[in-house]
Design a binder for this molecule. Structure first.
Ligand code: ZN
Length: 300
């Protein structure tokens, strides 16, 4: 509720700025002061949301939402089988399967499994989906080390194809571009694809996440000395893409709750280039605030 009203205020400000023909780079003072912890809580959602199925629905064209209340999973259908983006936790896989079937598709027709980034809430279920469907698992190379089992006795993750920044994944005439948007993880991957509606083509992007987890060390991190530069690289890269339909690894990243009741209306509620820019700006600000906090703490 609070996020929604903050967003509404922000929208008014942005509209006012645009109408005054002063539209320029967003000023920090125009944004609500949200810290990484606020955005993290927004993404994770309330109690139980993570493990409760969210009503499966069509976003646009052949992109469908098959995730939970706070873990996004997308089914991209093609005449030659389907692509699943985010298997989520092992325990989420049966929920995803139910949603896929409720939409009238066969779970066994999943041919390719992609992920946002190598954290358990997005990619733990990859091996299980592969086992159930025979799908190929494709992972951005920079995230492969994170997928290695901590216990050498545990099985290796199934990786059928390693991806590099800018590569494409194709199936049944559908083409997805893998944009490496590092920071949240080194191989964090944002997936871009074209979708059609009413004779127009729109650019959709499943944003990997540009969030800073509450436990992340940004200032002088010996294990990831370039983490701040990685985030900055990703903000710039995401800004350079002309996205009409922002999606993300958590539905809070594109305000699904607010858009969901408007499904079926014209224009399609998922067309939201302003929301796309807001998500980049609010995360960039939060990263900067956390970096300053850590820098100040180190100086004391
Ligand atoms: Zn994550």
């Amino acid at each position: 509720m609070r996020d929604r009203s903050i967003r509404a205020v922000y929208t008014v400000i942005l509209t006012t700025v645009a109408s005054l023909a002063l539209a320029g780079p967003l000023q920090a003072q125009e944004l609500p002061r949200l810290l990484p912890d606020d955005l993290f809580r927004r993404n994770i959602g309330g109690e139980g949301q993570m493990d409760a199925r969210f009503a499966p629905h069509r976003v646009m064209d052949n992109i469908y939402y098959v995730g939970t209340g706070s873990l996004a999973s997308f089914l991209i259908t093609t005449p030659q089988g389907h692509i699943l983006v985010n298997s989520c936790f092992n325990r989420t896989v049966p929920l995803i399967r139910e949603s896929v079937e409720e939409l009238g598709f066969n779970f066994e027709d999943i041919r390719i499994v992609l992920g946002s980034h190598a954290h358990g809430d997005h990619m733990q279920g990859d091996a299980l989906v592969k086992e159930l469907t025979g799908a190929q698992v494709m992972v951005m190379g920079d995230d492969v080390p994170l997928l290695q089992p901590r216990n050498p006795a545990d099985p290796m993750p199934p990786i059928d194809r390693m991806l590099y920044d800018g590569e494409t994944v194709s199936l049944g005439g559908e083409v997805l571009t893998a944009h490496r948007t590092p920071g949240h993880t080194p191989g964090c991957t944002s997936w871009e694809l074209d979708v059609q509606e009413s004779g127009r083509t729109y650019k959709a992007l499943i944003n990997c996440s540009i969030g800073v987890n509450p436990n992340y060390q940004l200032y002088q991190n010996p294990d990831r000395p370039t983490i701040v530069e990685e985030y900055r690289y990703s903000y710039a890269k995401l800004r350079s893409l002309d996205i009409d339909i922002p999606l993300g690894s958590h539905p809070g990243m594109y305000n699904l709750e607010e858009k969901f009741p408007r499904i079926g209306q014209t224009p399609n509620p998922f067309i939201d280039p302003e929301g796309y820019r807001y998500e980049i700006a609010i995360n960039e600000q939060a990263m900067g605030l956390r970096l300053e906090e850590q820098r100040a703490a180190a100086a004391r």
